[in-house]
Each structure stands twice: as structure tokens, then as C-alpha cells.
Design a protein around this ligand. Structure first.
Ligand SMILES: Cc1cc2nc3c(=O)[nH]c(=O)nc-3n(C[C@H](O)[C@H](O)[C@H](O)COP(=O)(O)O)c2cc1C
Length: 173
């Protein structure tokens, strides 16, 4: 059952058998510049109150920006946005150049073409192992028609046979 050779490689492989959606989490740095990072550790925590979490690697270059900022926007990527996911996972890339996005009312970078957006206020931070768990309360969210981008076994994939989801906008304050 347990692999003893190259445990971290094998563990990565095993964890990669848990299929996830893919998000880009965005915020603003202290100087106002937009920041974004590809994230698949996003998960819902609670419906009442509405809480979600995501995990930020301690070694991320954007660690200070995300660790210190109090509002994040979770952009849930659509099936045709694998390039966006790769782009926001590439160190040193000028991430907001040549990309369609606009600021939300709160000024957070909202990427065009996603299937859902969750604007969250960070409530708590928990350092565990090599990641920081960020728990946020959903302040507003929006959904759009479309199919999700998936990540499985280190590869991007599409959901076969799924009807496109509905769209709509809901704001919780
Ligand atoms: C599909 C996918 C999912 C990822 N999920 C996470 C994640 O949940 N948390 C994280 O910190 N990095 C995650 N990463 C890695 C970051 O996107 C990547 O390391 C990025 O370059 C970090 O940016 P920075 O170091 O420039 O801040 C993921 C990468 C990919 C391709």
C-alpha cells in the first residue's frame, strides 16, 4: 500500500489522483499592483457562515502579498483556460499583460472568461507544514455559463459529457 521509494514523488503522484478544478487567486499588492497565482487547493469549508479555504506555498514569490492582503478573488477557470492556469503558475511571468481582466468594485483583479468568482475577506491564517491555509468569508460571488477546467494526474483535462452550468450573480454583504 505505502510506497517507500522516492516518497515525495510517489506522494505527489498519489495526491494527483484526486481530481480538482483549477482557480487563479488574485489580490492587490501593497503598492496596488495586481497579483495572481494558479491554485487547485481551493475548497469550500462552510455554508453558514459561507467560508472557503486555499493553501499558499511558503516558498511562493507572492507569499508576502497574499499572506498580508485581506481580500482575495477566487477566479474559477473554464475548460478553455489551461493556458491561463499555466501562465499564472510560471515564475517571473508578467501575469496581467496580454490578458483580459477588470477590477471588481473592491479593486480585485477579475479575469474574463471564468465560470465562477468568489470575493472573500480573509478571516484566519494557519501555517501547516510547507503551506499557509487561508480561510476566507465569501462576500460576493458570481457564476457564468460554461464548463470547468480540471486537473488530474499532473494534467489539465475537461469534464466529459457535462452540461454547461447556469450563470447569475449574487452578492452577500
Ligand atoms: C494546477 C496547479 C495548481 C496549483 N496549486 C497551487 C496551490 O494550491 N497553492 C500554491 O501555493 N501553489 C499552487 N500551484 C503552484 C503555483 O501556481 C506556482 O508555484 C506559482 O508559480 C507560484 O507563483 P509565485 O511563486 O510567483 O508567487 C499550482 C500550480 C498548478 C499548475
Amino acid at each position: 500500500m505505502q510506497s517507500r521509494s522516492h516518497p515525495s514523488t510517489e506522494l505527489r503522484k498519489a495526491l494527483g489522483h484526486f481530481a480538482t478544478g483549477v482557480t487563479v487567486v488574485t489580490t492587490r499588492a501593497a503598492d496596488g499592483s495586481p497579483e495572481g497565482i494558479t491554485v487547485n487547493s481551493f475548497a469550500s469549508v462552510s455554508l453558514d457562515p459561507p467560508l472557503v479555504l486555499w493553501c499558499l506555498g511558503l516558498a511562493a514569490a507572492s507569499f508576502d502579498t497574499f499572506g498580508l492582503s485581506s481580500q482575495h478573488l477566487i477566479n474559477v477557470l473554464a475548460a478553455d483556460q489551461a493556458d491561463v492556469a499555466r501562465h499564472f503558475a510560471t515564475r517571473g511571468a508578467r501575469r496581467f499583460d496580454h490578458l483580459r481582466w477588470s477590477p471588481t468594485e473592491a479593486g480585485l483583479p477579475r479575469l474574463d472568461g471564468c465560470i465562477a468568482w468568489f470575493e472573500v475577506g480573509i478571516r484566519s491564517r494557519h501555517e501547516e507544514g510547507d503551506h499557509l491555509i487561508l480561510v476566507g468569508r465569501i462576500e460576493s460571488f458570481e457564476i457564468a455559463r460554461g464548463r470547468p477546467l480540471l486537473f488530474f494526474n499532473s494534467q489539465f483535462a475537461e469534464l466529459a459529457g457535462a452540461p454547461p452550468a447556469h450563470g447569475g450573480r449574487t452578492t452577500h454583504r
